[in-house]
Design a protein around this ligand. Structure first.
Ligand code: NDP
Ligand code: OXD
Length: 311
């Protein structure tokens, strides 16, 4: 009987074959989620949104890998069998994709592109005096893998960058705020607010009317963490009453965003379908394989999620 370990893969966006090829050097049997015949033989699972109860059907599971950086999909009721470590996705291309997304939207707002996009169909020639980047304050909620990289990239362009995390951080060129008591100070300064938080009990609906009202009037928001951070009706109201000038939303309370949803037709909202950054198997497989090798060698795993904390 073969003693090779088995990894089962359940993904949405990437092709199974891409993971199979990317993980080929890891000395494993790699099986598509829908093709498992012997559940007892599965040692590792690499998953995105597994249905409740399904992971418990693999009685010898040693590690659960999240295909994405966010692990909220594993915190749904009944999804996670107890006692098995969960490893979140951390990868340079995943981070680079998010940095590109954030830079694109911050620069778009900073350079008044939403206004020029409206002027063009009207053949309206109206220069707007540009604010220098150093006079533009960008606030970033979440200073983890994604938030820190985005903060550094914005600081390198000269923006006045401020950020918020749970624990205190020292990042060159970035003014740090931390903990619930310092959130308002960050909000009151953020002309462009970027949300890159994980979705937890503490961050749920953080983009609500009360917090949006604390931003400078006419602020813009960029939301790429999770839809659960947003109270979408509050965002629409804030756009209606001028508290917000614009919003770039990549994530939604309900995904896919239903075709009849009023967000689609709002002129001050830029919608993308949860593509701010995507896992690239050819790059991310190393993170999975490194942890499997660590497990084999009895070494500590990296990027294990604290399920109590929620991220
Ligand atoms: P990390 O775990 O590396 O970072 C999370 C950050 O949020 C940390 O700085 C953490 O603080 C901070 N944080 C968490 N809870 C709180 C809180 N209650 N108060 C203040 N700060 C808090 O995550 P990543 O940067 O890798 O990813 C962030 C999220 O981005 C993911 O969870 C996912 O939801 C989203 N994402 C979205 C994608 C998309 O395409 N739209 C793609 C990839 C990720 P501390 O440092 O003190 O722990
Ligand atoms: C992620 C995502 O969490 O794709 O990586 O949203």
């Amino acid at each position: 009987m073969s003693m090779r370990e088995t990894l089962v893969v359940k993904t949405d966006n990437e092709k199974f074959e891409d993971w199979q090829n990317a993980l080929a050097g890891c000395d494993l049997d790699i099986i598509n989620w829908d093709c498992v015949t012997n559940r007892n033989a599965v040692d590792f699972a690499l998953v995105w949104k597994p249905p409740p109860g399904a992971l418990a059907g693999f009685p010898n599971l040693k590690i659960i890998f999240s295909v994405g950086a966010g692990i909220d999909h594993l915190r749904e009721d009944g999804v996670l069998p107890p006692g098995i470590p969960v490893i979140r996705m951390v990868d340079e291309l995943l981070t680079a994709g998010m940095v590109e997304y954030v830079l694109f939207h911050v620069l778009r707002f900073h350079r008044f592109m939403p206004q020029y996009e409206q002027h063009q169909p009207a053949h309206f020639w109206q220069p707007i005096r540009q604010v220098p980047a150093r006079n533009r304050t960008v606030g970033i909620l979440g200073l983890g893998e994604m938030g820190q990289a985005a903060a550094r990239a914005l600081a390198s362009l000269g923006f006045d960058v401020i950020g918020w995390s749970r624990s205190e951080k020292t990042i060159e060129g970035v003014t740090g705020y931390f903990g619930p008591s310092q959130l308002d100070s960050l909000l009151s300064r953020s002309e462009i607010l970027v949300c890159l938080l994980p979705l937890t009990d503490q961050t749920y609906q953080i983009l609500n009317a009360e917090n949006l009202a604390k931003l400078p009037r006419g602020a813009n928001i960029v939301s790429a963490g999770r839809g659960g951070h947003q109270v979408e009706s509050d965002i629409m109201n804030a756009l209606d009453n001028g508290q917000l000038a614009g919003a770039a939303l990549d994530v939604f309370e309900t995904e896919p965003l239903p075709g009849h949803h009023p967000l689609w037709d709002r002129k001050n909202i830029y919608i993308t379908p949860h593509i701010a950054s995507m896992t690239v198997p050819a790059s991310s497989a190393a993170h999975v394989c490194n942890n499997i090798v660590r497990y084999r060698n009895g070494e500590a795993l990296t990027h294990v999620v604290d399920m109590e904390r929620g991220y």
